[in-house]
Design a binder for this molecule. Structure first.
Ligand code: FE2
Length: 188
């Protein structure tokens, strides 16, 4: 973990220990959220480069830790004002913790049974605004979208049980009722 702030390095170690002793998704989600809380309270580990975003993508991902064998992934995401990401799943558990600004998280409910390839019928289940210290817990099949309604870049910490780039994830278009492979994100 070269280059990681000591408190971030400690967090990574604590999450790996939690994952080694716990297999139940709900227990991992609540455990990771508790471990991440101090990182939202004291943000001295943040670096200006974490705020850099990809204009085409609408957000910028900075990888902090990526375990071997496509395991634990820890990253920050900087959301440009007025931008966001289409509904998608993760196919692993995820914990999002607000750090700076506020991001609107939309949870989607699936109405169809998933039996028709490429088709998905979604409706909004809940919409929450996550500010500093607020947590969003994501189960592997949960579908969510994110947007930044604020005037400044919003920053959040993202922790996932598996490296997302290697997961067969889906993206959804709720208006066209389409399910398709999730595009690969630009990460650095
Ligand atoms: Fe997501």
């Amino acid at each position: 973990m070269d280059g990681l702030h000591p408190r971030m390095a400690r967090f990574v170690g604590e999450v790996e220990a939690l994952m080694a002793r716990e297999t139940a998704v709900d227990a991992i989600l609540s455990g990771v959220a508790a471990l991440a809380a101090p990182l939202a309270e004291n943000r001295d580990w943040l670096e200006p480069r974490f705020y850099a975003a990809d204009e085409d993508q609408g957000f910028g991902i900075s990888i902090l830790h990526q375990a071997p064998e496509h395991g634990l992934l820890v990253e920050t995401i900087a959301w440009l004002p007025g931008r966001g990401v289409a509904p998608h799943d993760h196919q692993t558990w995820g914990v999002v913790v607000g750090l700076d600004g506020a991001e609107t998280n939309v949870d989607w409910r699936r109405l169809d049974d998933g039996a028709t390839a490429g088709f998905a019928d979604l409706e909004v289940a809940a919409e929450t605004v996550a500010g500093p210290g607020d947590c969003v817990l994501l189960r592997p099949d949960d579908i969510h979208s994110v947007r930044n309604d604020g005037a400044a870049t919003a920053l959040s910490l993202h922790v996932y049980g598996r490296t997302l780039a290697h997961m067969a994830r889906s993206e959804f278009d709720p208006i066209a009722k389409v399910q398709r492979p999730c595009p690969q994100r630009v990460r650095r």
